[in-house]
Design a protein around this ligand. Structure first.
Ligand code: ZN
Length: 101
């Protein structure tokens, strides 16, 4: 697939807009810097709940039960009580890799 050019970000943003206008609630652009397209919005009050940019999570604002803290709407998905897994922060970071000869 290396011979196929990447989809231009404006096309991804346009496709997301079409899906949202068709009534889908959670549509994301991926692998591009598009903070709005990477954000989980509450389908009821439209509050920005999980704000992402690429692999960074800029805001995580869900109740421990996975609900919007503003209007208590349940958000589709499985969410932890806080950002991260096993106490580790989420996001880009360097990890050592050991290669065998
Ligand atoms: Zn809400």
């Amino acid at each position: 697939m290396g011979d196929i050019p990447a989809t231009p970000p404006p096309r991804l943003i346009q496709a997301r807009r079409i899906a949202l206008d068709a009534g889908l609630h959670h549509v994301f652009t991926g692998n591009v810097h598009d903070s709005e397209g990477g954000t989980t919005f509450c389908p009821n009050c439209h509050a920005a709940l999980i704000v992402r940019d690429w692999y960074d999570i800029k805001r995580y604002d869900l109740s421990a039960e996975g609900r919007c803290p503003h209007c208590q709407t349940a958000i589709a998905g499985h969410f932890g009580p806080a950002l991260g897994h096993n106490g580790k922060a989420f996001g880009p970071r360097r990890s050592p890799v050991r290669l065998s000869p």
